[in-house]
Design a protein around this ligand. Structure first.
Ligand SMILES: [Zn+2]
Length: 562
């Protein structure tokens, strides 16, 4: 043990140097009350903090080679191992237990950095795999808490194999539809970062925690470049789409409780309110399409987050495409809508505040937004959760960065994924349904449009400029494009209309939210009991029919009448 440089019963914060009284240090979960620095925890302390009191059930030892290479550097590896065991009271750098978090059962594997820097060797790999297999056998989620400097050199290439072994265990949980969550603590590097830590369905990071494959010193030595402030920290990783959220230690249990409690909804469910969805456009007859366009764009009109705040309980927003960034124009997460667990994804325009609208890029998503949506939809499929999408976008972002980021491919991937996603999908055009950027969230089993929503292949202004050579012709173009809810119903592109409060949703967000909830619930309750084969067959038939002239194509019937 290192010599204590401070009085007994006091702890020194590694962040700011402040002395914190021991009992207070315990109460704050080893987070500095002055600077917020998250102090390092031992694995037993972490289990104590994370699991509900009295529920921890240690998982037994598993066989593994301890010194496969008879390795000796300045000292025999076995001596180092013995020393680590004596110092920590642990057998290995991983401690596993089953238990509950906020009443939700799970299996957890927690790393301890004190044990040879949390390095990943045969023993640690065996324990992580054992935890995953136990979660699989019990069909409960796996929670991993990582802290590691990388692979254990003294075990040579066999330590490298632990990355593949643990990745394989994670893949088995994916196939079985079992949720995995990793909690990144400082530091998480090398083989751990590049295997189970990064493969979890949901990756949470403690504030300031660093994660990466190569450490900053190695990068600076190799490249001779100095790295930006905050490089590889949790906040940096969030901005670059690598983690779902940065969660302070005090918030981990509530967030985990929400995630671990997600259950596949099963039918039969009570039928929803049959009047919640309008199947005829009589109420909308005579409305000027240009008026619809203007109302759909009204800055005070509720957008995705406005509805989420009113309708979704226990919403847990998940961020990032795990590749480049977190697109602010698309919001995605899990929660319960009228009691039904769902994955909710939607464009968010940012409301009436210009700064926020700019930050949200006016609801124009880039490729990272569509990839985030794609990731969340695959999670929904894995967990058997229905998907609800709320569409409100002028279109995908037109810009060089979006193009070099692969905008077209990102949209195309969503179309293909949604076509075959084996869970119910309900899409609502809550405002502007602009072009491919809208369709990328709208390949669904039930497609609804708000009474003042629109859906169009191009903006009326864009169409007018190209075909009429006159942007002033936009109202004429709006009528010709037939983007109005009544027309969309006639074309069979939407199944129904979600009513809005008199004069529009922007007049009364609460009433608009109630109407949306009733419509989405009615659609979900109809679809949830359906077998995936029926969902996929219907969805395939629907999109195959469009524009075919087939008698079942409403657009064909519409033409024969006119
Ligand atoms: Zn501090």
């Amino acid at each position: 043990m290192a010599e204590r440089e401070h009085p007994a019963d006091w702890e020194r914060c590694e962040g700011c140097g402040a002395l914190v009284y021991g009992k207070r240090w315990t109460r704050t979960l080893h987070v500095c009350p002055d600077c917020g620095h998250h102090g390092r925890l031992t694995a037993p302390q972490r289990l104590d903090q994370l699991l509900d009191p009295g529920t921890a059930e240690p998982l037994g030892a598993v066989p593994a080679l301890h010194d496969p290479l008879d390795f000796v550097d300045s000292r025999p590896y076995t001596e180092r191992l013995d020393r680590a065991r004596a110092d920590t009271g642990l057998d290995e750098a991983v401690l596993c237990a089953a238990g509950t978090v906020e009443g939700q059962p799970c299996v957890t594997a927690v790393m301890d950095f004190r044990f040879l820097g949390g390095s990943l060797g045969c023993g640690a790999g065996a324990l992580v795999t054992h935890a995953a297999r136990t979660a699989l056998a019990r069909r409960v989620p796996l929670v991993l808490v990582t802290a590691s400097g990388g692979a254990r050199m003294q075990e040579g290439v066999l330590s490298l194999m632990q990355m593949a072994k643990t990745a394989q265990a994670m893949a088995e949980l994916d196939e079985a539809g079992i949720l995995t969550v990793s909690i990144i603590t400082d530091p998480t590097y090398g083989g751990v970062a590049a295997s189970f830590a990064a493969l979890a369905d949901v990756i949470l990071a403690e504030p300031g925690a660093r994660m990466g494959f190569a450490g900053p010193r190695v990068i600076e030595q190799t490249t001779g470049e100095s790295l930006p402030e905050g490089f590889q920290t949790a906040e940096f990783l969030l901005a670059h789409g690598m983690v779902d959220d940065v969660v302070p230690r005090v918030g981990l249990r509530p967030v985990l409780g929400r995630l671990l409690g997600l259950r596949t909804p099963t039918g039969p469910l009570p039928p929803g309110d049959t009047d919640a969805i309008l199947r005829a456009a009589d109420d909308l007859a005579g409305r000027d399409p240009w008026q619809s366009v203007r109302l759909a764009r009204h800055p005070e009109r509720p957008s995705t987050l406005d509805y989420v705040r009113r309708l979704v309980d226990d919403f847990q927003e998940l961020h990032g495409d795990r590749l480049t960034e977190d697109c602010p124009a698309i919001v995605a997460g899990t929660g319960r809508l009228a009691g039904t667990p769902v994955v909710l994804i939607g464009h968010h325009k940012g409301g009436n505040d210009l700064g926020e609208r700019r930050r949200r890029n006016f609801g124009m998503a880039g490729p990272a937004g569509y990839r985030k949506a794609n990731r969340l939809m695959r999670l929904a499929a894995k967990l058997g959760l229905p998907v609800v999408t709320l569409i409100d976008t002028p279109g995908a972002h037109p810009g060089p960065a979006a193009e070099t980021g692969g905008q077209a491919a990102a949209i195309a991937e969503n179309l293909r994924l949604m076509a075959r996603l084996p869970v119910p999908i309900v899409a609502v055009l809550i405002g502007e349904g602009g072009s491919g950027g809208a369709l990328a969230l709208a390949v669904a089993d039930r497609i609804l449009v708000s009474a003042h929503g629109t859906y169009s292949v191009i903006s009326p202004e864009g169409c007018a400029a190209i075909l009429w050579k006159d942007p002033q012709a936009a109202p004429t173009a709006a009528a010709s494009l037939r983007l109005h809810p009544g027309d969309l119903l006639g074309l069979g592109v939407v199944d129904g209309i979600v009513p809005e409060p008199p004069d529009g949703a922007h007049r009364d967000h609460a009433a608009a939210a109630d109407l949306l909830e009733a419509a989405v619930t009615a659609a979900l309750h109809e679809l949830i009991p359906w077998h995936p084969e029926r969902l996929l067959a219907d969805r395939r038939a629907r999109f195959h029919r469009y524009g075919s002239g087939d008698p079942a194509d409403p657009a064909a019937a519409d033409r024969s009448q006119s």
